[in-house]
Design a protein around this ligand. Sequence first.
Ligand SMILES: [Zn+2]
Length: 458
Amino acid sequence: MTEDSPDVIRDALGICPICFVRVPSCLIEKNNQVFLKKVCPQHGPSDLLLSSAPLYYRNLDRMYFSVMDEDKEMGDVELYVTGRCNMRCSICYMSCNSDKNALIGEPSLAEIEQFIRHCKQQMIIIGGGEPTCREDLPEIIRLIRSLGKSVMMNTNGVRLAEMDYVLLLKKAGLQRVNIQFDGFSEEAEVQLRGANYLSEKFKAISNMNAAGMSVGLNMCLVPGLNNRSFGKVLDFIACHPHIVSVNFLTIAKLGAAAAYPDRDYLMPDQAADMFLDELGDKFSRENLFLFQKLHLAMKSFFRQRYCFYSVIYVGVRTKQGYAPLDAFLNFKHLDFWLTLYERFYKKSRILSKAAFILGVLSLFCSRRSWKIAGELLWLSIAYVARSGAYFRPTSFFYINFSTSCDPNKIDYRVSRNCHNEMAFACHVGDALEHHGRSGHVFIRREKVKQQGRAGALE
Ligand SMILES: [Zn+2]
């Protein structure tokens, strides 16, 4: 393959980032990188860099479309309870920093109850806007728990700096929170969040510990601003056992964040590359790849959806700090068994299941694995079942790299398996409704905004 003859990997279904029309698209490999290539008859070609590890990317992409080829179930739904927010973030994809947030209304308690009673998903993630802007948040949590669901919340964490408030939410039944945490630099706080909230966030994290609740960190990653603190973040997590995950989110060209330059809208693989640049002595690209393969197989084995625009790994707390999961498990035979799983997937369910089980067993062909085997098995069951037990602090923490679909990134062939379901009320007083996959919702919203502008020009 030469620079002039890019190698086509597969067809894709993207949109032109200018006119939002679905245009001929494909994945290509060029100069040892993978791109989503789109050609709009009106606005010309656009290339989006997906990965700089083509061998691994191609292997996973092929597997993804072999084992995730049908609409699978989803265990979670994110319930947007308000469009209000007490912060003014420059990277807000919901445009909560604008007074004209026409999308998200505030469903009443009765509307939420009606929705939850008919909701198939087990795990309810309360989001917004900033959910703590609603004074009846404890009642909302109590209601969801009383209907037998697991409940966590996405928050900027500012109000959780008050211990009484944390205890109020805990008493109502809240099981876990994901707090925005963009690293340790004041500069990043001010640029991303509009002011320095570091002391409130540290207080919130310590309050959650004191209240015996688990925490996930959502870190918004902007190149040149806070992409050199992976090690510091992981050290921090290692000595705070109640922190159970960190999600490194790259920004998307949506809402307020659309003002950032195009080079800042990274795909998860690029974020993982930055992580490996810094922590390559502990983590390896190959093991990251093998774990994606295992995770995809696991999701497909249990018939759950998972987005391809997400890279996940697991860290293990040790006496010295932390180590990657591959320091305990044997990854050597994974590729062999999981490739068999993929091959048999459509031909023989029995053989594919056997290959998956043998692949999992091969992980434990290592003496060190027995130190974590029991806890890992228990956590995996809770993870698949999406039960509240999944929130309990363990020796493990998840490391995740993900992004939201935007007009540049969306490939409808990938986003049909988006694992973020959204439900919200469109206007104040309107009933709460299921709106489907977040990627599609965001694109529809950008399109409406764009057509509104075009309409105004006419
Ligand atoms: Zn176009």
